[in-house]
Design a protein around this ligand. Sequence first.
Ligand code: WTA
Length: 635
Amino acid sequence: MSNYHIKHLEEYFQVYNKSVNDPETFWGEIAEENFIWHKKWDKVLQWDFTKPEVKWFEGAKLNITENCLDRHLITRADKTAILFEPNDPKEGAQHISYRTLHERVCRMANVLKEQGVEKGDRICIYLPMIPELVFTVLACARVGAVHSVVFAGFSSTALATRINDCDCKMVITSDGSYRGKKTIDLKGIVDEALKDCPTVNTVLVAKRIKSDITMVANRDHWLQPLMDAASTNHKAEIMDAEDPLFILYTSGSTGSPKGMLHTTAGYMVYSSYTFKNVFNYQENDVYWCSADVGWITGHSYIIYGPLANGATSILFEGVPSYPDYGRFWEVVEKHGVNQFYTAPTAIRALAKEGSAFPEKYNLSSLKVLGTVGEPINEEAWHWYDDHVGRNNSPIVDTYFQTENGGIMLTPLPYITPTKPTFATLPFIGIQPALMDENGKEIKGNQVSGRLCIKFPWPSIARTIWGNHQRYKETYFTAFKNKYFTGDGALRDESGYYRITGRVDDVIIVSGHNLGTAPIEDAINEHPDVAESAIVGYPHDIKGNALYGYITLKASGKSRDEDTLRKEINQTITEHIGPIAKLDKIQFSDGLPKTRSGKIMRRILRKIAHNESDNLGDISTLLNPEVVQSVIDNAL
Ligand code: WTA
């Protein structure tokens, strides 16, 4: 008997030990007893972190959508699979049953086939949080196409980069999207992006805001008429365990975004097993993850994990502040939400508006609260616990990354005693290690170091699309034979982990990973900018905010600084998206550099943190004289 659902702490330790001592037997049992397969695997696991290569359940045949949909038709056909809550509450929620979801996905799969999509093709999905997003993701998986969902807040340039990186042949989008009081012209952004995307020959357009858009002949098609005409029968493509399922881009500290490639069977098993245990999901629960499907949390914990478990998963189109700051709690009350999963930045933004909003609503259905995406500070943790959970719902502080596919460190609710700001213990099968700067593992408790993982788990990304060498260098070279997360962590006296933050040039702003180099590249496109350096500094709501130090070309020196600031943020918005706009922009005659000409971010970071009296030795700089003027002009 496998332990699909863990019920108490002793059992957690037993199962954990089994998963570590005999991973193949353990994961083989979980996979065999809880999923449907067309053919069983030949080998549970093959791995070599030096290549690196990881294969789970090789030789097995399956389709993930049969596990997420078809098998539930026997016992859960009328159960709500996706509960769509629109941006405007007046529009009314939509309950999409497993039967209807299956039907729509089959129709959509047939549409894809009719449009010439073949197994292995890459399809870019650039949609708001509407039901079509779920249908198209699953339809891609059903026909064996690789979906690449791009968050619909990215700009046309960022979209084009992602489309071209994996040579997508189709884009699925909508006429526009709602965001609180605003509408966004998504189709216009796609049209702009496609000027530079030679591989795209088809665009399918869902109707959402009913705006007047231009349709390009022979390229653009409205989705709904195609869906209406398509058959509701579709036989799922039979996939190999290691066939690609999706690509999802994440920012690196340097260079272009990394297309993390996830494969089929291992991802299914791990996202499903973590979902069941981390949220203690029970058959009639209503579960809500407020993330966007454009991020890994949405892939694993709005779509695949919940649906593989036959859960009811809320798809929320709106924002926390519209029509007012009570929106989340109104949704919790209206749908009787049992598990609520959100990001620290949302909690901080809501806490700032006071406790009167959550107090207005009946939140007694809540059983589990979750957070993800960045470290949660103690104050936000307590506000969530006091005013949302009313000290009655355990908080699961879940740590993971796009690269991981599923939750790595987390308490199990009602099982693991929680501790504010600690992601506590490794999930089943996860073997963390803290490493020192010389590459040695730091054993024992009350220590801190760089967080690595020593052994593969089923949903580890297999490569970076088109660049295996970069995959190896980014994750497997800093520490021999280990996966390096890029995060620092500490382990307390009882073995609990706390993530202390990134140790590279990735800055997490409102839960979004932003690499400094791509933002600097964008800024440097401005004709008046000579050079730029971005650092993070602490921010009450966003966690971190961006501080840019910029030197201007002669052409910019006579210009009005505020106009320049606006233009620079506009340039960033065009190249990346509004999420990467700078909060502070300081113009400077020079930037501190090493003798080899590298910008000394360490010094700039200290200045941005208001710690300029503690800069350490700056005498070895190429230009120590600029430091004082940077300090004097700090914002
Ligand atoms: C950070 C998000 C502290 C971390 C699912 C990681 C966290 C990066 C937590 C990945 C947490 C995520 N506590 N930090 N509970 N969860 N992070 O790829 O720095 O968007 O490396 O995946 O977010 O962000 P990504």
